[in-house]
Ligand binder design. Structure first.
Ligand SMILES: O=C(O)C(=O)[C@H](O)CO
Ligand code: MG
Length: 260
């Protein structure tokens, strides 16, 4: 199995280029981030080239975080800002050869929000596809993001069908899906054709995947058996130093090494 370090949470005490280097030293196969915009893209690209790690994803800006924004693309009336955030994210992804952009929906509900989200996603797909960049949408759970527009994989499935563009895929974050819908094994199997990226963390505390109500040894085996071979995103909140939370990585590597 391959793993991607989510540098929004792992090594987030380091600047992004140093976090990329730390992920390489710890044995990750890839990295991903949340909002890298304060760091010049050239510095990130240099660290990626130095380490040989690909950057798998980044998020669109959330808007005015101080005022409570958590994404803009399902906010009717904020289309200009939403599209500027999408354009910015795609430009940053191009400059760093990042493979996917997660378009954040924001706090909203109802048919107008749905229509705005679909229209903004069509815009994002049209902008991203010529550069080979995937657009991701991610359901978030109601405890961490109460009132977030996109809450379930079923809602995401319907939106992906409606947008009907090959660049649009599902970000299946096992942590959020377990909290909102459960049934992880069947959902991963059923949704696999739509999945562009998988993330994970323990439930309910969003820690390392070595405790909690989800048996990740089993989930990783399920994902491998499906033939899914892209790197899985470790998007958890380390308690203490990130290096001290990586026992799961060694264990997983040892248990999946082929016999000689
Ligand atoms: O919160 C998550 O699970 C994410 O992947 C996004 O980066 C949104 O914060
Ligand atoms: Mg996630």
């Amino acid at each position: 199995m391959k793993f991607s370090a989510n540098l929004g949470f792992l090594w987030n005490d380091l600047c992004l280029p140093d976090a990329i280097r730390a992920a390489k030293a710890a044995g990750f196969d890839a990295v991903e981030c949340h909002w890298p915009y304060d760091v010049p893209a050239a510095e990130v690209r240099a660290a990626l080239e130095e380490t040989g790690l690909p950057m798998l994803g980044l998020n669109t800006r959330r808007g005015d975080v101080g005022a409570g924004d958590n994404g803009l693309s399902a906010l009717t009336g904020r289309e200009v800002e939403a599209r500027a955030a999408i354009t910015e994210a795609i430009a940053y992804a191009r400059a760093t050869q990042t493979r996917a952009v997660h378009v954040m929906a924001g706090y909203s509900a109802g048919p107008e929000a749905h229509a705005s989200f679909v229209a903004n996603l069509r815009f994002a797909c049209a902008e991203a596809a010529p550069h080979g960049i995937t657009i991701l949408i991610e359901p978030l759970n109601r405890h961490d993001a109460p009132g977030y527009f996109l809450q379930t994989t079923e809602q995401a499935r319907a939106i992906i069908a409606e947008v009907d563009h090959p660049a649009l895929r599902l970000m299946f974050d096992c942590y959020h899906v377990q909290i909102m819908e459960g049934d992880l094994t069947r959902r991963l199997t059923d949704l696999q054709p739509l999945i562009g990226h998988i993330q994970f963390a323990s439930v309910p505390d969003r820690g390392a995947p070595d405790h909690g109500e989800v048996d990740y040894a089993d989930i990783f085996a399920t994902i491998a058996a499906l033939g899914y071979d892209l790197a899985l995103g470790a998007e958890y909140k380390p308690v203490g130093k990130t290096e001290n939370t990586l026992g799961w990585l060694d264990l997983t590597r040892r248990s999946t090494q082929k016999a000689p």
